[in-house]
Design a protein. Structure first.
Length: 196
């Protein structure tokens, strides 16, 4: 059953120094073209419950990635400070003494409400310190403005955009942003027309 066509997945593993990293968009171009065609033209589909046909417009709803793959696919560098795209500089981060690597461990209290019991518990956390810093979510509009200015990753040479590491950690304009409905893994419902 797992080898039947409906259960097959497209996988691509490129090991070692030949890994395309930020240039993965070159391999995804044909997939994005097909997704755009499916969105604009659609596919004639039969609804067996109502016994009629309709035009279905398939979409890419989300992807599942670990942090390094997230950075490669979406163009946000997830290493060091500002590794979190949502909270960026507002998240609590510290450097490890040996190795000078950014660490987010023991910073989860900033997301709790002020009356939560963990906010007063000094014994359960690093160095008996309670550091409270409210994390604020960033505006998505600003991300779209930054990304619009970048060149696609299929163009070479690929250089880091202005403000990298200071204002943002965008490394490229991901090819996924070419999908009309794609905005940080959500469907923009204003682009959809509902029929009843």
């Amino acid at each position: 059953m797992c080898m039947s066509p409906e259960y097959m997945f497209l996988t691509m593993v490129i090991l070692g120094h030949l890994n395309p990293k930020r240039l993965i968009d070159v391999y995804l171009e044909s997939l994005i073209e097909e997704l755009q065609n499916l969105w604009h033209v659609g596919v004639l589909t039969r609804d067996s419950a109502k016994d009629n046909t309709f035009t279905m417009r398939p979409t890419l709803m989300w992807t599942v990635d670990d942090l390094p793959a997230y950075g490669i696919a979406f163009g946000w560098s997830s290493d060091s400070v500002m590794g979190c795209l949502v909270y960026m500089v507002y998240i609590c981060v510290f450097y490890l003494q040996n190795g000078r690597k950014a660490c987010y461990f023991d910073c989860h209290k900033q997301f709790l409400p002020p009356v939560h019991p963990y906010c007063r518990n000094k014994k359960a956390f690093t160095k008996n310190q309670v550091k409270r810093k409210i994390a604020h979510s960033r505006l998505r509009e600003k991300d779209r403005d930054w990304v619009k200015e970048f060149s696609p990753a299929v163009e070479v040479p690929l250089s880091l955009p202005n403000g990298y590491g200071i204002e943002h950690k965008w490394t490229k304009k991901s090819i996924l942003w070419e999908l009309k409905y794609w905005l940080t893994h959500l469907i923009d419902t204003s682009l959809m027309s509902w029929s009843t």
